[in-house]
Ligand binder design. Structure first.
Ligand SMILES: [Zn+2]
Length: 242
């Protein structure tokens, strides 16, 4: 290829590279977003665990109380039955035995009543904790939804910017030789979105910073072909040579 043509191709590829670098960086940003959304969600879900535990605890207290109330009802029935039997009793001995039985059941009953009272105190305090924790979770949910919306908005902005650069890219393509473009794109794909770099300080690659030999620099100046870095394979050019 002629000197003018190679220079022109390099200039066009440098312009294309500017666009491709933007697209590459935007795509990296975009790629991080789903993990960010997942992290946010996991973080919020983990803050609901304490509430779920408290709700379970409250439920257990209520179930236990229900059982105690049924026991209490049973004792009351037993006392009523024993009292009814008293009137049928003929001897003093039987009478005092029945009275003693009733006293036992009453003692049992008052233990159960005591437990029920304690259970009310407990459920009141757990219910208050549940309410407090619900408030906290509601606050966290607001923060979570706001942070989620920010990320989702970012995604839209990035996608729109990529579209803009994609259309700029289409406009930059005509005029680049298809074979050179294919070479450029292959490097772009494998080298972190950077296919063409300037030689820095006369002797190092602007992509991988490894040494560029004087022979290579001379070859670049000849403009007979595209010269690639021997280490990273990126296309090299000299900034003050264009
Ligand atoms: Zn290199």
């Amino acid at each position: 290829m002629a000197e003018i043509a190679i220079k022109d191709q390099i200039r066009k590829m440098i312009e294309l590279q500017k666009i491709d670098r933007e697209i590459y960086n935007l795509k990296i940003d975009l790629k991080e977003k789903p993990a960010m959304l997942a992290d946010l969600k996991a973080e919020f879900e983990s803050q609901k665990v304490a509430l779920e535990e408290l709700e379970k605890k409250l439920k257990a207290v209520l179930v236990e109380r229900k059982e105690k109330e049924l026991e209490l009802k049973t004792r009351e029935d037993e006392i009523a039955k024993a009292n009814a039997q008293l009137s049928q009793i003929k001897t003093n001995k039987e009478y005092s035995a029945k009275m003693s039985e009733i006293e036992h059941i009453k003692a049992d009953k008052s233990i159960i009543e005591e437990k029920i009272l304690v259970s009310y105190d407990k459920s009141d305090s757990v219910a208050a904790e549940v309410e407090k924790e619900r408030g906290k979770v509601a606050e966290e949910e607001k923060k979570y939804l706001a942070a989620k919306k920010t990320i989702e908005d970012d995604i839209k902005v990035i996608e729109d910017r990529i579209k803009v650069f994609d259309s700029q890219r289409k406009q930059a393509l005509p005029g680049i030789d298809p074979a050179l473009l294919a070479r450029y794109e292959k490097i772009l794909k494998h080298k972190e979105g950077v296919a063409i770099v300037p030689v820095q300080g006369q002797d190092s690659c602007g992509g991988c910073f490894m040494n560029v030999t004087p022979q290579q620099v001379n070859a670049i100046k000849m403009h007979q072909e595209l010269i690639e870095c021997e280490m990273c394979s990126r296309i090299l050019y000299l900034e003050d040579d264009l």
